[in-house]
Design a protein around this ligand. Structure first.
Ligand code: TPP
Ligand code: SF4
Length: 398
């Protein structure tokens, strides 16, 4: 049995997301597919309105599928403006039902489940931090449910309903940049600040894709979009950096086409983290004016030019005195101009307003150099506060 949380292992798992109605070559869908390969059997998705809710809930068909045993992702769509809160409600409900189930089974181990007390104890103390342990927990719960089915009273009936809440459930809030950076940002920030185990996946196409490519706060400097006909003159909002300032949120920035292994690692770490997590996923889109059969290579070029930084910020490392920020991007090897000329969203400005385009390119170049520099500086910081204190007290003693 290969490790599911690797590139090879994840691709040996049947995806529970099939035949979506997205544009051919869409850059969002491979992330949703991967999510189902890694966590599909215990995954709940709260999906913000946007492309992902349309190809994800394209009724009467549904691209989300089930395994042979009937398990698969739970999916629901909410409004653009409250999706993070929608998923947060699901998290709270699962947590509360889990606590209630643990109390009820705790009582029953000395009563109607006395003969199965050891099994109840095993279930209540089981670690469920990977898929193998979750499957094992499912087997144990199944065994207990068989026992409960033999008991004919109302307590057993209630326990039968509650039993499945003893199995881990992952809650991912999923949506585009229009949701995460703009209209749902207040809610997303609130949910990330809650400390609860809610995972956010931002499918960042850098425009409102589903309504035809309007500018969002995620649109990069210099890109032409609706409401930015002469190129966006302002930098892209740094959603990841905002989340990192909390210090206790796991944050990753990924681009599957540039580094698939880093994407899988970030998804697995985000899921394993004992707190909230945010994964910002670069998603190419028809709105970028690229050859969609080469979307993954375009992602790679965005990273190679330094325009998109790959990183993971893991607060657990900080607790060990290590630096929580790892930069996973190589040094830029492609010039920003070369990269920008390869995508129509930037190139059209060279044709319509060459002077503005040159000016924006200069601004963008400075912006990305600055941003990479800031990230690199943070990733090199000494984070062992105890050492820092010693140095300071020595200095004041001298
Ligand atoms: C409050 C509100 N405003 C506008 C809309 C219309 N609308 C639906 S999807 C969408 C764009 C979504 O963009 P984004 O979140 O970036 O997701 P993408 O389509 O790019 O995946 C908009 C504006 C809406 N549903 N609700
Ligand atoms: S518009 Fe963009 S994000 Fe939406 S389905 Fe098409 S390629 Fe994917």
């Amino acid at each position: 049995m290969s490790n599911r949380y690797t590139v090879k292992g994840s691709q040996l798992v049947r995806p529970l997301f099939e035949f979506s109605g997205a544009c051919g070559g869409c850059g969002e869908t491979p992330y949703v597919k991967l999510l189902t390969q890694l966590f599909g059997d215990h995954l709940t998705i709260a999906n913000a309105t946007g492309c992902s809710s349309i190809y994800g809930g394209n009724l009467p068909i549904c691209p989300f599928a089930k395994r042979e045993d009937g398990r698969g992702p739970v999916w629901s769509n909410s409004l653009f403006e409250d999706n993070a809160e929608f998923g947060y409600g699901m998290r709270l409900a699962y947590d509360k039902l889990g606590e209630y189930a643990a109390e009820a089974f705790g009582r029953a181990r000395g009563g109607i489940l006395k003969s199965k007390a050891a099994l109840v104890d095993e279930i209540l103390s089981a670690e469920q931090n990977d898929w193998v342990k979750i499957e094992r927990q499912r087997e144990r719960v199944g065994e207990l449910k068989k026992e409960l089915a033999k008991i004919k009273n109302s307590e057993a009936e209630e326990l039968l309903v509650l039993a499945d809440y003893l199995i881990k459930k992952s809650v991912w809030v999923v949506g585009g940049d229009g949701w995460a950076y703009d209209i749902g940002y207040g809610g997303l920030d609130h949910v990330l600040a809650s400390g609860r185990k809610v995972r956010a996946l931002v499918l960042d196409t850098e425009v409102y894709s589903n309504t035809g490519g309007q500018m969002s706060k995620a649109t990069p400097l210099g890109a032409v979009a609706k409401f930015a006909a002469a190129g966006k003159p302002l930098p892209k909002k740094d959603l990841g950096m905002l989340a990192m300032t909390y210090g206790n949120i796991y944050v990753a920035s990924v681009a599957m086409g540039a580094n698939y292994q880093q994407t899988v690692k970030a998804f697995a770490e985000a899921e394993a983290y004992d707190g909230p997590s945010l994964v910002i996923a670069y998603s190419h889109c028809i709105a970028h004016g690229i050859n969609m059969t080469k979307g993954m290579s375009e992602q790679k070029r965005a990273v190679q030019s330094g325009r998109w930084i790959l990183y993971r910020y893991n607060p657990d490392l900080r607790k060990q005195g290590k630096n929580p920020l790892s930069i996973d991007s190589p040094r830029p090897t492609v010039s920003l101009e070369e990269y920008m000329l390869g995508e129509n969203r930037f190139r059209t400005l060279y044709q319509s307003h060459p002077e503005i385009a040159k000016n924006l390119l200069k601004m963008a170049d400075e912006e990305y150099r600055w941003r990479l520099n800031v990230y690199q500086q943070i990733s090199k910081m000494n984070c062992d506060v105890s050492k820092e204190e010693k140095v300071q007290s020595q200095a004041s003693a001298n």
